[in-house]
Write a protein that binds this ligand. Sequence first.
Ligand SMILES: *[C@@H]1O[C@H](CO)[C@@H](O)[C@H](O)[C@H]1NC(C)=O
Ligand SMILES: *[C@@H]1O[C@H](CO)[C@@H](O)[C@H](O)[C@H]1NC(C)=O
Ligand SMILES: *[C@@H]1O[C@H](CO)[C@@H](O)[C@H](O)[C@H]1NC(C)=O
Length: 452
Amino acid sequence: MLKVGFLALAFALSPLVQAQVAVWGQCGGIDYTGSTTCAAGSVCVEQNDYYSQCIPGATASTTITSASSHTASSASSSVVSSSTSAAPPPASTGFVKTSGQKFVLNGEEFTVVGENSYWVGLMGYGTADISKAFQDIAGAGSTTVRTWGFNEVTSSTQANSPIYYQSWSGSTPTVNTGASGLENFDTIVSTAKANGLRLIVALTNNWSDYGGMDVYTQQILGSADHDLFYTNAQVIAAYKNYIKTFVGRYVNEPTILGWELANEPRCAGSTGTTSGTCTTATVTNWISEISAYIKSIDPNHLVALGDEGFFNEPGNPSYPYQGGEGIDFNVNLNISTIDFGTFHLYPDSWGQSSDPSDSVWGSQWISDHATSQKSANKPVIMEEFGVTNNQTGVYTTWYSTVISSGLTGDLIWQAGSELSNGDTPNDGYAEYPDGPVYPIIQAHAAALKARG
Ligand SMILES: *[C@@H]1O[C@H](CO)[C@@H](O)[C@H](O)[C@H]1NC(C)=O
Ligand SMILES: *[C@@H]1O[C@H](CO)[C@@H](O)[C@H](O)[C@H]1NC(C)=O
Ligand SMILES: *[C@@H]1O[C@H](CO)[C@@H](O)[C@H](O)[C@H]1NC(C)=O
């Protein structure tokens, strides 16, 4: 699965070293080694220390933005190539915002529909394969891709990680800004942009895949108590530091649709170890603090949680409704620095075998979140869902419920592509362009855009 090693990656990225950078491409930044010459009609404008971009406009350019003083960058002023005004960016480059229960882009409704691809920036794929992966996603009618903006490695896991974003030596984390780190994520961003796609980026993981929360608590506190991720001051400071560097790099990048605090946060972590004191209030407080922190360094982008959408109705006999995992969907959606709600749908993993076809329980779950969406008057998306049996039947039913319930949008788990070294990772849910589900995704994307 780890097809391209660290050294090979440098070569894989070498096509970036070319005579001219296309409009919206990267043209400079710390550790950047590619061309700094922009295509005719565009000029290179510094967005932050790590990223300069070719922006249309024959002459450059006032300050396009200012990198906030809260970013990791030491020199945070944006560069100005000359003193004349830049052409305003075209409509497609605005930031996605929300308005009531809808997403909007430059005053028009923006439909969030698409796929998950956690893997696109983690496997060490070359630029041609990354491009193919995004083309396949765009070909399904997607507007939006959800992906991972984290991989925490330690001395024992780094060797097996062609791409990692932060490495730990004892309790000291170091963000990897090089070709196997954030420069790789720059390529993910520019390739998504070239395919007309927006990115939702999760910044850590409940699960131990790609490091996640437990690496922080282990390295800093030597503890497997997952709950400390939400409460320990040192751990929170370390996570904010990571956010400052990662988010700060892309403050001015409209390809990012939004940031997510974590993939599937829960009280109990990968080891199942918990202090027993973590409640929904613990996680809600953490969400308030971290989401406000992201807003303080990045006012441009939307912020969401990345959770499974569990309700908190103590005593409800249904596991996803009873609140025991520490998530209270309605209370969290009401937090002012949370812009939209997220939920997942995996009836088989959640013990809902009373519905053998999976369709009925799932449709109720979708409708219940659409009800929350209306009460909170914020967008809500079903940002992961999957079954491994009867996918065409179940997904057709669920998609139809998304349309009829008024739910704002959805992203299927997960995209699949056939790349130069074979298929992308398949956990049983991957949907390849030649598979039976792909046309169902296409039809749904068209229907959701038409519904508005
Ligand atoms: C976090 O991960 C572990 C499995 O590694 C699981 O036991 C726990 O419930 C997880 N929470 C999720 C999936 O959000
Ligand atoms: C949402 O938050 C507001 C103000 O913070 C509060 O007055 C209201 O009761 C909250 N609603 C819910 C459903 O939590
Ligand atoms: C497959 O899904 C469809 C649509 O939801 C459902 O009607 C059908 O019973 C399912 N088939 C099986 C074998 O579960």
